[in-house]
Design a binder for this molecule. Structure first.
Ligand SMILES: Nc1ncnc2c1ncn2[C@@H]1O[C@H](COP(=O)(O)OP(=O)(O)OP(=O)(O)O)[C@@H](O)[C@H]1O
Ligand SMILES: [Mg+2]
Length: 208
């Protein structure tokens, strides 16, 4: 049955969409059937895909499905997709404005939640709060994996510093980081970023 990996955060702009795209695109290119679900009603990913297909020509561009949903219905929809489709993974890009209740509902149906965070003091505080607030959801879904993905990391940042600043969290701090780098913001749902492979490997390693 498909594994549901949801990108969440109580703050906007932490890198949910960027990393959800990169993960789904990389999984697809590895040969893992995947569907990407976005709950942001701006439907950024759906629009991006339409633009890409227009440019590349639909016929020669096999692509994974992108589905637009909404916080109020996404949990039910995910359970339905999980039952009905022959998928390995469902990647969910949740909206920055998702309410605490929406985040909780998503966590109840997910196998893993990924919280991207930069190392600014503000982002770290929000990450602490996001994960602390997941305690009730995890009590109901004990198999839920909570992962922190260090994002927008500068080359001079030491991994040790990251681990120390997040060590009190009851979560898996992934032993990989997404650098502050233009290559990772080359938004595409068709062309994978080869540099993203270590992130995918680390994520999948912690999912099983
Ligand atoms: N690793 C990175 N390196 C450079 N820029 C990044 C990186 N990750 C994200 N960004 C940039 O930060 C901005 C916010 O990223 P993104 O849209 O992925 O965040 P989000 O969490 O989905 O935001 P929202 O909550 O509004 O949906 C974008 O302009 C994106 O290009
Ligand atoms: Mg987003």
């Amino acid at each position: 049955m498909a594994k549901i990996i949801s990108f969440i955060s109580r703050k906007g702009g932490t890198g949910k969409t960027t990393n959800a795209i990169n993960l789904a695109t990389a999984l697809h290119h590895r040969g893992n059937p995947v569907i990407l679900v976005e709950t942001d009603t701006n439907y950024t990913l759906t629009a991006l895909r339409q633009m890409e297909l227009l440019k590349a020509g639909e016929a020669n561009t096999p692509a994974f499905e992108i589905l637009g949903s909404h916080d109020s219905q996404v949990a039910d929809e995910l359970l339905r997709i999980k039952q009905n489709q022959n998928l390995d993974f469902i990647v969910v890009d949740s909206a920055g404005k998702t309410t605490d209740e929406g985040i909780k509902k998503l966590c109840l149906v997910s196998d893993a939640v990924v919280v991207p965070t930069s190392l600014t003091q503000n982002d770290l505080l929000v990450t602490y709060q996001t994960i602390t607030d997941l305690a009730p959801a995890r009590a109901l879904n004990p198999n839920l994996k909570i992962m922190v993905l260090p994002n927008r990391i500068h080359s001079f940042t030491r991994m040790k510093t990251i681990r120390e600043s997040l060590s009190n969290l009851d979560a898996i701090v992934l032993e990989v980081m997404v650098p502050q780098k233009n290559v990772f913001v080359n938004f595409s749902t068709l062309a994978p970023e080869p540099e993203y492979e270590p992130v995918v490997n680390e994520l999948l390693k912690n999912l099983t």
